[in-house]
Design a protein around this ligand. Structure first.
Ligand code: MEV
Length: 431
């Protein structure tokens, strides 16, 4: 009988790669052909790469891992993470387990529209431009939906609204910016919103008598926000207090906010990459949103409520589950299948949850043992091998490195080399 994700994730990190793949297959999130594909080392043939970009010379491989123990809105997930940084997958899995045992993760998407921008760099009279455009708004939306976004309209989306913003140029004159609002359904929507805006260029020029200077989507999608909330019960009051203090630091200080948000993105980017989504777009949106009141702030907040710790992530997180790399790249398609999300909103909610969990893991480590310990523990093996230890030497060097780490809270490649040299010297010595 198939085992559940919860069952296969017990001791998952202790399994070897083959066993992990078999366990995932057993749970039904991947199939035997996916196991074969991953065992063969994924995609090798560069002809698909040639379709994506220019001047292809090969693929750049980064590790693909699975974050375990995630239960989001009552559903269990196997989270694919493509990332090179040590500790990210381990910290996400460990923190998710902590939450699973002591609380819950809830998520929602607020709003449905993405934004396209049409710039008129100088307008003779902003008020006239605005009234001319708004007078034709209904018609413009209609033709954009009929001529360009008809596929989305069929699926319940499409262009829904247009607004006009006045932006001072700084030279006494005004710029007029038209915002085109569009529901992209399960697509990320970049191509289609850009097409809509370019299509609207000519009619807008006709109706307003002004010149359109450029058209492009905005990554600051403050009209569609993904929210994740973690509630952790029975948490030690000193730990909760420390996490609250760390949160305040990131809310108020942009230097800390940048690092805090980097930690959140440690959880977000690897899933975006694994699922073939545009991580630059999401990063740009999150950073712009973090600075929306004029000061760069954290996109997460933690508050203590009695013996409960409550964390919130809120930011635009625009992703797609249809079209582009997501469906074309076989590894991305495999990851999408493994994740088992059925809509763009569900994918966005899962990613937001992992970002917030990653943030909690980092804040817990930073306010207790520090970040080095967790990082370095996992790094010890790499240092040992990096120093050139041979099979029989590995356990001895690792053990010594662990001892140094416990005492000095720091460890480096030179420690590993020194230990190895001492070990070899003692083995050669006649005594
Ligand atoms: C390191 O990749 C991420 C952290 O710096 C995040 C943080 O400081 O919150 C640990």
């Amino acid at each position: 009988m198939a085992r559940t994700l919860k069952e296969i994730f017990k001791g998952f990190s202790k399994l070897n790669r083959k066993e992990r793949l078999n366990a995932l297959e057993e749970s039904g999130v991947i199939e035997s052909r996916d196991v074969d594909y991953l065992e063969r080392g994924g995609m090798k043939d560069t002809s698909l790469g040639e379709k994506f970009i220019e001047n292809v010379i090969g693929y750049f491989q980064i590790p693909l891992g699975v974050a375990t123990n995630f239960r989001i809105d009552g559903k269990d997930y196997a989270i694919p993470m493509a990332v090179e940084e040590t500790s990210i997958v381990a910290a996400a899995s460990k923190t998710a387990k902590w939450i699973r045992e002591n609380g819950e993760i809830k998520t929602e998407v607020i709003g449905s529209e993405i934004i396209g921008q049409i710039q008129c760099a100088t307008v003779k009279n902003f008020a006239l431009f605005e009234s001319a455009l708004l007078a034709q708004k209904k018609y413009l939306i209609e033709i954009a939906n009929r001529e360009v976004a008809f596929g989305l309209v069929r699926r319940g989306g499409g262009v829904t609204d247009m607004t006009v913003r006045r932006i001072p140029r700084g030279d006494g004159r005004d710029m007029a910016i038209v915002h085109v609002m569009m529901n992209p359904c399960d697509a990320m929507g970049a191509n289609i919103i850009n097409q809509v805006c370019e299509f609207l260029k000519e009619p807008i020029e006709q109706f307003t008598g002004e010149k359109v200077t450029m058209c492009i989507l905005s990554n600051l999608v403050d009209t569609k926000i993904t929210k994740a909330v973690i509630v952790l019960k029975g948490i030690a009051s000193d730990l909760a207090e420390k996490i609250e203090e760390a949160s305040l630091f990131a809310e108020q200080d942009p230097y800390r906010a940048a690092t805090n948000n980097k930690g959140v993105l440690n959880g977000i980017d690897p899933i975006l990459i694994a699922t073939g989504n545009d991580w630059r777009a999401v990063e740009a949106g999150i950073h712009a949103f973090a600075a929306r009141d004029g000061q760069y702030r954290s996109v997460t907040k933690w508050k203590r409520e009695g013996d409960t710790l409550v964390g919130i992530f809120e930011a635009p997180l625009i992703v797609g589950v249809v079209g582009g790399v997501t469906t074309l790249h076989p590894t991305a398609a495999l990851c999408m299948k493994m994740l088992g999300v059925t809509s763009a909103n569900e994918l966005s909610r899962v990613i937001a949850a992992v970002g917030l969990v990653q943030n909690l893991g980092a804040l817990k480590a930073l306010t207790t043992v520090g970040i080095i310990e967790g990082h370095m523990k996992l790094h010890i093996k790499n240092l040992t091998l990096g120093a050139g230890a041979q099979e029989g030497e590995v356990p001895i060097v690792q053990k010594k490195l662990e001892e140094i780490l416990a005492i000095r809270k720091r460890i480096s490649l030179s420690n590993a080399i020194e230990i190895l040299n001492d070990l070899r010297a003692s083995e050669q010595s006649p005594h």
